[in-house]
Design a protein around this ligand. Sequence first.
Ligand code: ADP
Length: 319
Amino acid sequence: MQKIAVLTSGGDAPGMNAAIRAVVRRGISYGMEVYGIYHGYAGLMEGQIEPMNVGSVGDIIQRGGTILHSSRSEKFKTEEGQQEAIAQLKAKEIEGLVVIGGDGSFRGAQNLADKGFPTIGIPGTIDNDIPGTEVTLGFDTAVNTVIEAIDKIRDTATSHERIFVVEVMGRHCGDIALWAGLSGGAESILIPEVDFDMKEVTYRLLEGNKRGKKHSIIIVAEGVCPAAEIAQMIKEEAGLETRVTVLGHVQRGGSPTAFDRMLGSRLGAKAVDLLREGQTGKMVGIQRNRIAVVDFADVFSGKHSIDLDMYELGKSLSI
Ligand code: ADP
């Protein structure tokens, strides 16, 4: 394989740039020509394909977001869109594609693979909700962003003896809430995978008050319900006033942690190795701290599950 390309698609995540850099430099180290496709599948269909060199990925390993930009495209889901994409790739004699994105992006990549165009996926999403890999690119940075915010909120919570309800990202997956809640010392962690009992939440708050606790932090994943609703429930249940913070998109940005830079570098290089070996329709992920190669089909049929032991640990430590 002499010419390959890389694109980023769907939600952006810190560490994507490290992965792009690794794809480009690993490819060049094998004597390949490597192309960057701008604006995901939308840009691919329009032929936004530029040659990359060692220098074009210089000074990006520390940057959040994606230098190739990302997009969502309905057209690419159609047969016509996918044929246009393949025609653009073939016009440049590109023989393989690395797709960095979430499971939606992988479905697109699978479609290209089904049509005989070799594709390899790298899991990039802060939510950590992709089956077949224990961790996704951007998750570690997002968790660190959240605990930095919790630490700051804790300062003001302590000074004013307040209860804060902090809403974090995670529509279907509570990993950000769980990891940040545990490492930020939250009093309660509410995640979509586990039904919560408001009586238990308020009991913890009232018991903490009795012991003279100066502050409390409740972390709630957005998929549970808006933080404002939790605040209202606490008021109704226990008569306690709370403050609400919705962290929102700050969780998507920022300079990637060392972990995400390492992860992007490892997965990016491995993706190129797989294309070179003639593999296709697969995701590179991490299992037991080693690189794992997983068929897209297994990613689609799998289910990411929360670590319930960790959830219980969080409960037992925040007494
Ligand atoms: P993510 O990759 O982060 O899950 P999306 O689900 O928005 O993000 O998917 C990104 C893009 O991937 C979509 O805009 C679309 O172009 C493509 N895509 C998503 N689902 C499919 C699908 N079932 N078939 C083909 N392409 C898809």
